[in-house]
Write a protein that binds this ligand. Sequence first.
Ligand SMILES: *Cc1c(COP(=O)(O)O)cnc(C)c1O
Length: 421
Amino acid sequence: MNNIEPWNCEGVSARELAERFGTPTYIYSLQTLKARWFAYKNALNALPHLICYAVKANSNLALLTVLAKLGAGFDVVSGGELQRVLRAGGQAQHSVFSGVGKQPWEMQLALSAGIHSFNVESAAELRQLEQVAQSMRLIAPISLRVNPDVDAQTHPYIATGLKENKFGIPMEDALPLYLEAARSPHLRIRGIDCHIGSQLLSLSPFTEALEKILGLIDQLAAAGISLGHLNIGGGLGVAYRPEEIAPSPEEYIAQLQPLLQHRSLTLLCEPGRSLIADAGTLLTRVILLKPGQHKNFAVVDAAMNDLLRPTLYGAWMSIQEAEPSSPTTLAESKVWDIVGPVCETGDFLGKDRQLSLHSDSLLVVTQAGAYGMSMSSNYNTRCRSAEVLVDRGQCHLIRRRESLDDLLATESALPESFHVA
Ligand SMILES: *Cc1c(COP(=O)(O)O)cnc(C)c1O
């Protein structure tokens, strides 16, 4: 027996959600998302600013609409993401386009939509963008993404601000490239940006990067190039483990603000994870229990295709029973590995978790709003989860569960007459 409270989202219980929408399902709390948004908004109150939500963290149309209604701009990394933003009612004028490999059609799309700026990541991209703009008789607004070579002290797969990473332009190459851009009638310099990595739990790498970039901004000013904005990217972390502490948006901005005094720069930021992670929960049900001599496995109906972070980054995520066990359920507290049905040893949601489980338990993986659904796949021909937004007791299905027909819709059979020679 344990005495946990039943889990609920804005008053709706896990049981009710599971009965209405099935499992696995991603559940989002509107009030939590709002609270995270206003934490940023209030922190930035005293500065001219633009918050560009990083769409790749979670790109559900309904969530983008919520953020657009709250006044968010967006950071997109593909033409597809830009189209989502536009369909969700977001404004291109408040959005930036990042990514190391933008294609001409994506540049055209963003130019005709009126994007706030392209975060340009290489000399080759700058020249290609200039050509695209010229062919459209438009002027492309640009920012150069510089790589400040700082160690974000995060997982190597999500560190992006080191010299050896594929992202951004080396600091020493930035000045000549800005001078080149300044000479082009088809490019307009709007600002500078950086993004040093994701899941940062320490603020010092942000300060270090900002100081380096401010130094570069001074160099640019001396060369006659003045910038309208400074974009510090995203990357603020989330405390996934109980022993971790994540700086709040207030602390984060308060740390950077003194460095920006007496500079007439608009501050842009691109938070993804720190806006949406806490708002999302993955609800899953035990399929069967497989206790053993060496390991106890709880096989659940969510898997690495639904939530890749543990598999890809070895990420630790909190997993709890959604309901207290009652004497009738015969749950026994044991140390369990929570695994999915996918045929990979790397398919696990969590290892060595002390939980009271029975053969039909509901579990919640909390803080799963970021890089959960957006990284999901159909591996093992598994249909993607449903998504539900809860607003003070009211549930909105914002993505229906995928069907096998949806999943197979883009594949074609060979003609009847086809012979395998
Ligand atoms: C992924 C990404 C972000 C968001 O990072 P978070 O860690 O989710 O805040 C911001 N900017 C760029 C350029 C990115 O690639």
